[in-house]
Design a protein. Sequence first.
Length: 497
Amino acid sequence: MESSELAHLAQENTHLKVTIVHLETLVEKLQFQLAQLTRRQFGISAEGLAQLGLWSPDETPAAEAARIPTTQVPAHERGKPVRRLLPEDLPRSVIEIDLAPEQRLCPCCGGARHVIGEEVSEKLDIEPARMSVLQYRRKKYACRVCEGEVQSAPMPAQVIEQGMASPGLLAHVAVAKFCDHMPLARQERFFVRHGIELARSTLTDWMLALGQAMSPMVERIGELLKSCDILANDDTTLPWQSGRVGKTTTARLWVWRGVLAGGKPLLFYQFTADRSGEHPAEFLRGWKGYLQADAYSAYDRLFVDGSIIEVGCMAHARRRYFEIAKNAKTPGFAYEILEYIRSLYAIEREAKERQLSAQERKALRQERAPPILTTIKERIEEYLPKVLPKGPLAEAIGYTLNHWTALNRYLDDGRLEIDNNALERAIRPVASGRHNWLFVASERGGQATAALYSLIESAKANGLNPYAYLRDVFTRLPVTKAKDIDLLLPHLWRPSG
């Protein structure tokens, strides 16, 4: 056989090997995607390996288990649920239940039995929403002698002038939509059942007006967040009917979270027509500090000059290995990495349970976490040549290595978090709402959505009842001076009266 033929066959052989690797990678990816889709439709979503029922840590092969740090958890039995007492501030209707006269006689001697105490049991009751009308009666005055101009007292200032909605009704509609995810069309039917006709268009106009009225408060939240030196950010999709009816495009809601002095969190939501990196860059213009966010490439330019320091999210890295481990029938490499990451989270849990200060948490992390992180890096670098290029495991390892410095950044400051989960929890209500009300119908609607989410989620983060908070704010805002606007923000708000 001539050398040219041998060269041609060698070339073909090389081509076939490349094709086989490509096909193997494609098959692995497709199997991975199929398993993901199947689980999303029929399986569990929680990221806990023990919940999968595939294996337990004790079943890990001994050679692998020896390399994995473990945390001993004492055995325990699940106790019976204890019914909590009902809140003391709820109104109580007392229902007296007594023995019949003949039952009050002692069965032994026939004498009268005396009351020695009582048994009290409580049941929670509820009545359907009770509507009422606030009727304002303003006396009119005029002079009989000169028949001068008629005058009456002005109406109290309203957050929406010339409307029929009270602060309580506005708060109810806003919380029902943006906290309980009830579309305005369903709310329209709710009011009809109570004999009140409120068109969906009217409810929409109210929410738009509230978004505009709340803008000074929301802008102030954004200003206060930029006074923090640690911020977290993420974004999510928001279908937007930007053109003709029936067609939607994908807008974004950006969420910013910071913690003010005294441990008071605030959340700021921004609506934008697209996911351009210009939006976070504009918000952060002139700001310096730690930014915890996902690995979206548009953020890269923010970290170039070092004034903004990137903090990674361990949950993002963990999730990639977890998706792979869920596909496996036996423990494998992804499961091993998850065990190491679980040890990192055990340190965070201990710091929380011991209520350590930021300095103490930093010291605990720097004492215990570096050996685990070093082992993770060594293991994934050692294992990378063994996996199919561009396969799910290669991508998981690549993500971890590419963002290794950012993933280790939480060791530098005890105030930093190991992951961005607190921010992701603030995005979850948007996903639930989006599933129900589907889209925003205008840019103004997107701005109103962002404003009301900012106030409602900030109120929830500060332990407030969002309805009570908004009702009071809608009452007080029209008579609050600009210099006092901070007193209405969730972290400083106190009920009036």
